[in-house]
Design a protein around this ligand. Sequence first.
Ligand SMILES: C=CC1=C(C)c2cc3[nH]c(cc4nc(cc5[nH]c(cc1n2)c(C)c5CCC(=O)O)C(CCC(=O)O)=C4C)c(C)c3C=C
Ligand SMILES: [Fe+2]
Ligand SMILES: [Fe+2]
Length: 352
Amino acid sequence: MKTNNQQPTTNNRKGILLVNLGSPRSTSVPDVREYLDEFLMDEKVIDYRWFFRALLVQGIILNTRPAKSAEAYKTVWTDEGSPLIVITQRIQKKLQKLVDVPVEIGMRYAQPSIEAGIQKLVDQGVSEIVLFPLYPQYAMSTTETVIDKAEEVRKKKFPGIKINYVQPFYNREIYIDCLAESIREKLPENFDALQFSYHGVPERHIYKTDPTNTCNLNDCCSRENNPSHQFCYRHQCFDVTNSVIKKLGLPKEKVMVTFQSRLGKDKWMEPYTDETLETIGKKGVKNLAIVCPAFVSDCLETLEEISVEGKHQFEHGGGENFHYIPCLNDEDRWIDVVKTLCEEKLHEFYLV
Ligand SMILES: C=CC1=C(C)c2cc3[nH]c(cc4nc(cc5[nH]c(cc1n2)c(C)c5CCC(=O)O)C(CCC(=O)O)=C4C)c(C)c3C=C
Ligand SMILES: [Fe+2]
Ligand SMILES: [Fe+2]
């Protein structure tokens, strides 16, 4: 790795850990149940006190959801395994060809775990790790829980190593350029609207992670400057959308932002993707393009919930042509962005 004339202050070996959400081991109902149990019992995902979380997850959700989710996973599973894991492995392999430090992957839930990923790096002599949570926007249920887990593992198992975290990159020009170009290439010639569908979160999560208490989940998320923006997932979704459509030269009237994948009875961020898809056909949107920039790799939530279910909802509501725009996945231009963001953090090790 080039060091821009910075000399390493130590000989410590460096490495990169790419972290994604994770998938069940297989599409069997017990494996999906085990995965959902670990995922939904995370207090940063379902943020109730332990007793109420256990009552909801283990007493209610795990009775019915694993069978339903297993069916959905079956529709997207490949011979190599879960799309999310397979794509993350492809990113790893491509990045490994571009950098001269070891690159491993770890998943927040299930396997390969963050601990297994760190162990692989340590086995190669690494003691300074750049950990990259593969989420463009900050959320308590994504970036924050990855960092919590990695710190827990580091303190318990690897107290001698250092970890430097890549920060959410939703407002980095290199990422916006990359996303805009990727969308531009895949947009159909004729479309009435471009829908940006982001994974939703309960509104409570946004209030909870706002250290400034200034976000009202209303117009403040769209303001240019507000102290809450650093931790406001809603703002960060709007920001990505606005920056991309500016690059693409699209009029705002042609663009929609919606939130998908809600679970349970809490109030999640609105408008909801499924409800929007059911109604826009009748409002004149016959040709729709849709993109999901909360995900860098295609997964259950994009391949099944949007490409299959979303298409049905749109057609059921009177829509005609539904065009799903895939995630960045292992596109070369995205791998270059991953490389740049990791290198910045590797260089910080040289500066201390
Ligand atoms: C309270 C529940 C959930 C919150 C909050 C949540 C936030 C959140 N999730 C992602 C990214 C992904 N989620 C995925 C699947 C998934 N998400 C939830 C629940 C919450 N997510 C569930 C129960 C599931 C499992 C599938 C199902 O039963 O519906 C995935 C796909 C995983 C895969 O294997 O393909 C991703 C990726 C983000 C970015 C986010 C907050 C911003
Ligand atoms: Fe999710
Ligand atoms: Fe906000």
